[in-house]
Design a binder for this molecule. Sequence first.
Ligand code: ADP
Length: 200
Amino acid sequence: MLNLVLFGPPGAGKGTQAILLAKTFNLVHLSTGDLLRHEIAAKTELGRIAGELIDKGELVPDEIVISMIESRLKKPRCTIGFIFDGFPRTVAQAKALDKLLTKHHSKVSVMLCLSVEKAELVDRLLKRGLTSGRCDDLEAATIEHRIDIYNEKTAPIINYYESQGKYFPIHGMGTIEEIAENLSQTIKKISAKPTTVIHK
Ligand code: ADP
């Protein structure tokens, strides 16, 4: 299977690129942000808890997002792989994802990390806030807080995947098409790598 973790700070373009990559490589796109926003829109109890945290720029508890991913992975479906967008966001989530995929006789193939300068992130998110209706994109202070949380709790995941040789940094500035091309080329190179065959 081809399982991609699309990684990067808020505003790095994970959602936009994940949709494009899912089409190019025929993958199922799983975005914990989207799943949580569905819960909020459906006014569920989980949505109420998540909504309060999201609006403040906080992370939703690990157990909630892990069980959302677990139930999506359990769904029987015909796919060659998944693209995880906005998940994992803590080292505990990264470890849980490994466990879940192992249960399905699979693993993370690669972690693609979009790097974007902080000023550009803030600019992109404030612009998105004007049209998205997302409260967490409206205030500069909330955006700054989300970036701080990313640096403190999410960025350490880089070491986790780097130590497994799965970390691939991708320049995240430029046009959507240029970045999509960089990501696709990297994925093609990785998936073309010969696997070791042991002859007995
Ligand atoms: P962005 O990448 O722009 O921050 P997302 O849609 O991925 O947007 O996430 C929006 C918010 O949803 C996050 O700020 C966080 O509060 C919550 N969230 C999404 N995914 C996770 C996750 N894996 N763990 C904890 N919280 C999450």
